[in-house]
Design a protein around this ligand. Structure first.
Ligand SMILES: *Cc1c(COP(=O)(O)O)cnc(C)c1O
Length: 295
């Protein structure tokens, strides 16, 4: 569903509310899991195993999807110190309440999660499982994200999307018309163009790298103010890790003439709202202003 937002000068703006796709399997994570779940079913595997950090939208979504579609789920979580802090962490508590088994590993071990030896150890412990990569990105995930754009979206000149691993924006690039411009807004500092080139079948895209706010999961008071103001003015809730940064960037670019006159911009709301509670806990600890969105 596309929601029309107030125009800024000659520039028209709409938001695709992928955050409303499902109450717990957030926006793009639903798209990314869809064909992987079908594949796991086809292979007759009963367990989904995946990886993520303490506040990962992907961990929350996989746990919820496992519950809904009848899979056992295992989440390998970065940070062994978290094992006795599940109750304090809204994401991990939610995943656990969906039945996900949480395995906590040190950052060193986590870095080797793609290695054969780690995989063998997991197989010995849990038996057969369907492995969903960190962030959920693989060919089947990109295929799912190719279903985000709809026929009528051809009327937009620009499509903007937050970027983590690049899977979601790749799906959008593949399904966009070649006279549309797709802009990805990385939420972290790394160079993600190589990751996107691996999946993208067209070259009508660019990355806008000025709005990561210092790195993954890093925010500042200006971003919180923007998210709160945007929610009050439009009713659209944004998350602090991905969509908040992307929306901030798009509006900043509009003010600074980063889009041509008469552009018609579609912003993809990829969800991620479950992360607000965890971020607010961190902000409260530092006595900083909170994100005023109740989900
Ligand atoms: C995971 C996530 C992204 C990033 O998606 P990638 O496919 O990893 O680039 C963007 N927005 C939200 C809300 C997410 O949870």
């Amino acid at each position: 569903m596309n929601q029309v937002l107030p125009s800024v000068g000659t520039i028209q703006i709409s938001v695709k509310r992928e955050d409303l796709l499902h109450p717990h399997i957030s926006g793009n994570k639903f798209r990314k899991l869809k064909y992987n779940i079908l594949q796991a079913k086809r292979q007759g595997v009963r367990t989904l195993l995946t990886f993520g950090g303490a506040y990962s939208n992907h961990i929350a979504a996989t746990a919820a999807a496992g519950k809904e579609y009848g899979f056992k789920t295992i989440g390998v979580i970065r940070g062994e110190e978290l094992f006795d802090k599940i109750v304090d962490n809204p994401t991990l508590s939610f995943a656990k309440s969906c039945g996900m088994e949480l395995i906590f590993v040190s950052r060193d071990v986590y870095r080797q999660k793609e290695s054969k030896i780690f995989n063998t150890t997991l197989q010995e412990r849990f038996g057969d499982f369907y492995l969903v990569p960190e962030g959920g990105t693989n060919n089947l995930a990109v295929k799912g994200c190719e279903e985000i754009l709809e026929t009528n979206d051809i009327d937009y000149t620009h499509i903007c999307c937050a970027v983590g691993t690049g899977g979601t924006v790749s799906g959008i690039i593949n399904s966009a018309s070649n006279n549309q411009q797709v802009l990805g807004f990385p939420a972290l500092k790394a160079d993600l163009s190589g990751a996107i080139r691996k999946f993208a079948k067209q070259d009508n895209w660019a990355l806008v790298t000025e709005y990561h706010f210092g790195g993954y999961g890093k925010i500042n008071a200006g971003l919180v103010t923007f998210i709160n103001k945007f929610y009050t003015e439009t009713g659209v809730p944004l998350d602090p890790v991905y969509t908040g940064k992307m929306f901030f960037g798009v509006y900043d670019m509009i003010v600074n003439h980063g889009f041509p006159e008469n552009s018609r911009i579609l912003l993809i709301h990829t969800g991620g709202l479950q992360g607000i509670a965890g971020m607010n806990k961190e902000l409260a600890k530092k006595k900083q202003p909170l994100i005023k969105i109740e989900i």
